[in-house]
Design a protein around this ligand. Sequence first.
Ligand code: FCB
Length: 477
Amino acid sequence: MSNPATPTALGVLDERPPLTFPPGFLWGAATAAYQVEGAVAEGGRGPSIWDTFSHTPGRVREGHTGDVACDHYHRLGEDVALMAELGLKSYRFSVAWPRVQPGGAGPANPAGLDFYRRLVDELLAHGIEPWLTLYHWDLPQPLEDAGGWPARDTAGRFADYTALVADALGDRVRYWTTLNEPWCSAFLGYGSGAHAPGRSDGADAVRAGHHLMLGHGLAVQALRAARPEAQVGVTVNLYPVTPATDTPGDRDAARRIDALANRFFLDPLLRGAYPADLLADLRQVTDFGHVRDGDLAVIASPLDLVGVNYYSRHVVAAPVEGVAPEPYWRSPSCWPGSEDVRFVTRGVPVTDMNWEIDAPGLVETLRRVHEEYTDLPIYVTENGSAFVDEVVDGRVDDADRLAYFDAHLRAAHEAITAGVPLRGYFAWSLMDNFEWAWGYTKRFGMIYVDYESQARIPKSSARWYAEVIRRNGLAAE
Ligand code: FCB
């Protein structure tokens, strides 16, 4: 049928049609504060749960911490210049709550806000739209000591913090994300304990999920009050969940994991209710007594956009009696009430995270959000892959990462063609950084970071992405 494809200089397959994205499509790249900033004790910053966690032996690979990370705090000018060189239209970064409120409450720390003011001004000076995420997992440690996200009060504290940031930066930041991936904060932070603060209790994880969403709703209201013109959304990480076979058992396993991974958040945020089957699945874990009248209305406060992070698909199978499943990532389980569901690998190519590469899953995910939940504009706020990179003669030729981006951008385009109001795409990540429990052992960046010298080397994928942005699409070549 089609002509045999030949590899180009960059290793992508040619003979594919050019794809053009809608005018004004927001091409970006993303990072998060704790993953890149370093300078953890500067500018009056207080400790976060990730400082405590990473300094606890055995929690992060090789004992890595975010103490220095990419030293972005001191290299902001150089990093924004690199973004401009790539032609980024937008940069998604997060504000570290413990820089703004070192103790998690009270008045703003001016030095903390100044850093973000400088960053935002530098972006604007280069014509790059700042996209601000308020919470990318770095809860001030004093709030964790007071109970963390399982405690209701944390939601109110988050709204207070949001009001301070809105007040300081709202005149120059248009796009706001409240939470990044509340599933990870709740179920990895308080369920499996693989992420900070490293607690393992299913009921706490469920409570944390609720209070994160409540905090989101209150933060939306605080933002609206301070800045009526702000474009406000939330970012959820979504996975298509597929049964390994068509048996009723496997289909039920997929339903359960879909409920915990996706609908736990999508339904309250966009429909104002928890799904009935989720409540039933979690009956042995919690009675949801932490949900108060009016919470769901706050959680479902109207938004301007929805952010979707997409990396891979889950394929699952029914429990086998008497056989403990291989833990998904780590034990204990991050799937309360469904611990015995088996996660299956299909033998398809994987990234260095061992995540299956599944670009069609992005089309499915975007279509689902649009077709089942909302007409709001959607942005892919993260998508990317870790691969082992090698510097050869001062260059990093990351053909595998480039191919991942290429495939997923084609998927994003297909979703647009299918009617999804997709308005932008943020590559994860601008540069290699502290990959949470994996420390610096996994590289997701389009820009290589030599952690010894802090030199930045744009990889082939970065050069290619710059060309995509310049053309507003993919070339046929
Ligand atoms: C997402 C996180 C991001 C990064 C990527 C690989 O879950 O939001 O910080 O770690 O995964």
